[in-house]
Design a protein around this ligand. Structure first.
Ligand SMILES: CC(C)(COP(=O)(O)OP(=O)(O)OC[C@H]1O[C@@H](n2cnc3c(N)ncnc32)[C@H](O)[C@@H]1OP(=O)(O)O)[C@@H](O)C(=O)NCCC(=O)NCCS
Length: 224
């Protein structure tokens, strides 16, 4: 299965967001890796071969869709992906699905996939601010797990978007996610005290349901 460039969901998100997001199934794309990638990733486990090769395969698809030439996407010592100069991008993999997103005009771009049913109640309690916890508690019981998973995924997408610029760890409770279910979008408030993370506050997020998985994407524009 390969899902091509994700269809844009509801009309309110129907804008050129500045990034291209591609989703596909976890598969063996090792033969498509560029020589630098094969050399850098040699010796990894069989499962990591699938993750590393599918993310790079889809990254190249997203790059091509934005008119960019193929280029290797290596990993830095801190595990973040190394994109060509002028490119921002993000990668994510779950047990079945993989996604890649690429942009040329954004300050930051992050994506994250999470399957429903994996976030425990304890895990939820650890990642939510008190405001988010109160919002969740006010929702119908049947919606709570899905919304908690959405907030978790959104926070990871936010982290991936800001980290390459700020270069510092962001705790889950340093970011407060505000969900707008009417247009499948969210924003994020930075409530920590490291000024390097302030650009989070001007980012915009969207999400999609892909079967039992949630895919979030968070984009931070540069200051105009
Ligand atoms: C880095 C992190 C977000 C990755 O998320 P994950 O659910 O474990 O894994 P995913 O499959 O979604 O993403 C893996 C990809 O993340 C990317 N990644 C790893 N570290 C990264 C970083 N510091 N910045 C940006 N991207 C990073 C890599 O491209 C990796 O793919 P690869 O191994 O194929 O190269 C997570 O491990 C983490 O450390 N979270 C704690 C910090 C956090 O999220 N705080 C939230 C505060 S708002």
């Amino acid at each position: 299965m390969e899902i091509d460039v994700l269809p844009v969901g509801p009309p309110s998100n129907d804008r050129d967001s500045g990034s291209t997001t591609v989703v596909g199934a976890l598969a063996d794309h090792w033969a498509t890796l560029l020589p630098e990638e094969q050399a850098s990733f040699s010796g990894v486990s069989a499962h990591r071969r699938l993750e590393l090769s599918t993310t790079r395969y889809l990254a190249r698809r997203a790059m091509a869709a934005r008119g960019l030439p193929p280029a290797p996407v290596l990993r830095a010592a801190d595990r973040s992906p190394q994109w060509p100069a002028g490119v921002r991008g993000s990668l994510t993999h779950s047990r079945e699905l993989v996604a890649a997103s690429v942009s040329t005009g954004l300050l930051g771009l992050g994506i994250d996939l999470e399957h429903l049913g994996r976030l425990s109640e304890g895990g939820t309690a650890r990642i939510l601010t008190s405001t988010e916890a109160a919002w969740l508690a006010a929702l119908p019981t049947a919606d709570r797990h899905t919304r908690a998973t959405l907030v978790f995924s959104a926070k990871e997408a936010v982290y991936k978007a800001i980290y390459p610029t700020a270069g510092v760890y962001v705790g889950y409770r340093e970011v407060e996610v505000v969900v707008d279910p009417t247009c499948w979008s969210f924003t994020a408030r930075y409530v920590g005290d490291n000024s390097l993370n302030r650009p989070i506050g001007r980012g915009r997020g969207v999400w999609w349901h892909l079967g039992d998985a949630i895919l979030t994407r968070f984009e931070i524009e540069g200051e105009s």
